[in-house]
Write a protein that binds this ligand. Structure first.
Ligand code: XBP
Ligand code: MG
Length: 251
C-alpha cells in the first residue's frame, strides 16, 4: 500500500541545474578570480558527478590538474568547501530574486498527496539550504513543513548513486520500500532509489533524456497537467493527460 511519495529536487521538482546551479557555480568562480566557466553543454557532462563539492573536485582533477589552491587555505578540500559555500549563497539568492518554476504537475501532485494524507519526503544530493530555497520560493513559503523529512547533501556519507540518502529517509520515516514511490529525473537518482529497493517514476529533462532508465517503473516527459498532457516514454503506460494520486494508488 502506498504511504509516501519521495521527491528528488534538482531536475525533478524544477529545472534548476542549467539556469540555477550552473550560474551560481560560475558566479562563485568569478568571485575568487578564477577564469573557470561551465557552459550549458559542459555542465551536462559534469552532472555525472553528484554533489557540488564533489563536482568541483572532479573538475579540478580532470580539467585543472595544475591548479594550486590559495595559500590562505590548509588544503584543497577546505578551499572547495569555501567555494561551494559561496556558490550556495549565489544560488539561494538567485532563487529568491528569480524563482525557477516547478515542473508541470509537481505542485498539483504534492497537494493531492497532502489532501489524502500521503506522507511526503525529499531526498536530494544538493545542499540543504538549496533544497529549502527552492521549496520556499517555488512551491510555497510554508512548503518545508509539508515534508516529514528533507534529506539533503552531506547528511549521508555517500551521495547518489549510492542508496544511502533513500535508506536514510526510509529509516527516519519507519517505512518499507514497498510503501513508497520515488520521483527522479536522472540515471544516478534511479540507481540510488533502486538500490534502496524503491519503485521509481522518472520525469526526464534535457540533461537526462538520453540516459538509461532500465528498471524504472515508468519514464515520462513530465507529470502533466490538464492543459499540458504528459507522454509515457517507457515502462508503465499511464493513461490520461496527467499523473494523479489515484493512478498511483491503483498501481
Ligand atoms: C543534484 C545534484 C546537486 C546539484 C548542486 O542533486 O547533484 O549537486 O547539482 O547542488 P538532486 P549542490 O538531483 O539529487 O537534487 O551544489 O548543493 O550540491
Ligand atoms: Mg535530480
Amino acid at each position: 500500500m502506498l504511504k509516501a511519495l519521495i521527491f528528488d529536487v534538482d531536475g525533478t521538482l524544477a529545472e534548476t541545474e542549467r539556469d540555477g546551479h550552473r550560474i551560481a557555480f560560475n558566479q562563485a568562480f568569478s568571485s575568487v578570480n578564477l577564469d573557470w566557466y561551465w557552459s550549458v553543454d559542459f555542465y551536462g557532462q559534469l552532472l555525472e558527478i553528484a554533489g557540488g563539492k564533489e563536482r568541483i573536485k572532479y573538475y579540478i582533477f580532470h580539467y585543472k590538474p595544475n591548479f594550486i589552491y590559495p595559500k590562505d587555505y590548509d588544503n584543497l578540500d577546505q578551499f572547495i568547501a569555501y567555494l561551494h559555500q559561496t556558490k550556495t549563497k549565489y544560488y539561494t539568492q538567485l532563487l529568491t530574486d528569480q524563482p525557477i518554476a516547478l515542473r508541470p504537475g509537481i505542485k498539483r501532485l504534492i497537494n493531492e498527496a497532502k489532501r489524502d494524507n500521503i506522507r511526503l519526503a525529499i531526498a536530494t544530493t544538493a545542499a540543504y539550504p538549496n533544497a529549502i530555497a527552492l521549496l520556499k520560493n517555488s512551491l510555497d513559503p510554508e512548503a518545508i513543513s509539508w515534508f516529514e523529512i528533507i534529506a539533503a547533501g552531506d547528511i549521508v556519507a555517500k551521495k547518489k548513486p549510492a542508496p544511502d540518502i533513500y535508506l536514510y529517509v526510509l529509516e527516519k520515516m519507519k517505512l518499507l520500500p514497498e510503501e513508497c514511490l520515488v520521483f527522479e529525473d536522472s540515471h544516478q537518482g534511479l540507481i540510488s532509489a533502486t538500490k534502496a529497493g524503491l519503485k521509481t517514476i522518472i520525469t526526464v529533462n534535457n540533461y537526462t533524456k538520453n540516459q538509461d532508465f532500465t528498471g524504472a517503473f515508468s519514464v515520462l516527459n513530465h507529470l502533466g497537467e490538464k492543459d499540458q498532457p504528459f507522454s509515457v516514454l517507457s515502462g508503465k503506460k499511464f493513461k490520461g493527460k496527467y499523473l494523479n494520486l489515484k493512478m498511483l494508488l491503483e498501481n
